[in-house]
Design a protein around this ligand. Sequence first.
Ligand code: PLP
Length: 497
Amino acid sequence: MSVMYVNTRNPEEKVSASRAILKGLANEGGLFVPTEIPKLSVPFEKLVGMSYQEIAYEVMRLFFTDFTEEELKHCIASAYDDKFDTDVIAPLTYADGAYYLELYHGKTIAFKDMALSILPHLMTTAAAKNKMDKEIVILTATSGDTGKAALAGFADVKGTRIIVFYPKNGVSPIQEKQMVTQKGDNTFVVGIHGNFDEAQTGVKKMLSNPELAKVMDRNGFCFSSANSINIGRLVPQIVYYVYAYVKLLENERIKAGDAINIVVPTGNFGNILAAFYARDMGLPVHKLICASNENKVLYDFFRTGTYDKNREFILTSSPSMDILISSNLERLIYRIVGDDAARNKALMQALSSEGKYSVSKEEMEKISCFYGNFTSEEDTLRVIADLYRETGYVLDTHTAVASGVYASYKEETKDPTVTVIASTASPFKFTRSVMQAIAPEFKEEDDFALADELSRRSSVPVPQAVEEIRHAEVRHKTECDVQDMEKCVREFLNLKD
Ligand SMILES: *Cc1c(COP(=O)(O)O)cnc(C)c1O
């Protein structure tokens, strides 16, 4: 069986996995989706005892059907190695009634490392496979974490360059310092005077501009994307949900076939969509719990069937979720409208012209496995403080949003199902907010002094990712207005018309 990838806005465009990875975004602004979601071919009992890398292979081989076994195993081995600070890659930690799946043990201490450690390998393999002779230019919009993880993944990778746009005033101080100190001659980081949605829209515009593509081609370049619109990001994210289930089985916390709940702190809807795909593959999941911060556009959508981004954009303490246009929701919409590209396209056009669209009640019923809720700013800090006081375990702000939503869900439903919460970042990435929660009396302006104090109080060493930037030189100082993003790219690549 060969899974292909079809454009959510045009059924005529259907490509192989390697082509979809190389291209990133489909034509007309559409996204690539698998023509079918393959079923796990190995029973869960057989996965027990397997390493993260082995489970990764069992999942990815079903989606990346034009990669050979050797190619895929090589990509997996190159990605999930000692760049991670633990052999198990994604530890599962129990605290106060839930299992936290720690996805932040990679190089840049956020869950984006889980997929961005492997994407450069998938992409260079795909390029060789398709006899690509152009230099690949990765264009990335970031709400803070994708940028650094993509930079770390692609820095000095031959045949690639990477350009990252981040909202100048919309990321945490540690996030910004991580990006602007990035080494590698093929890297370029730009702070834009705007928010993440504007960065993402600007990038998508460039990726789907046929005129610009021709200019790129003449200059020996082609664009791709490291955002979760690339299926090369999405598929590796399915792995850790299967892995978490297997670990629960292994430790006899559940029996084979028992359903679990999965809670995901959500922004662009990539991580939770991967959990939805895992469920489609046969992973027993009862509820997919979608957690939002005060930018609660998804909560409103799950309640009403109307997606409406016409609202105030709020800067919160969980900046990687400060998003009003959740790109990957399009993949779910495409599914619930019955893989109808024309209807999906009309809805997405309504989103871009009027800022909203609605789906019917019957269509919403197809995704009744989702539950949505949100956590306020005040509650986010309280969740961190309470859990720390009771257990000594420290959450970052994003994971705290998820934990807060799970508490609301439990109170509402009394559902006793075993629950896994995706823990998406190390608390050391959002030290200032975390310290404000657990030690409000500790007044300190310097982020590294805050990190040292957090380390003392949590008995967790300051991660290497933070140590690395303590004294690192700032290498990227470019800023630009939203409308000048293309100009920036043209200058960096020295494009000639
Ligand atoms: C990116 C990110 C999220 C949101 O993930 P999506 O896939 O965009 O929904 C949540 N938490 C952290 C720490 C992130 O970096």
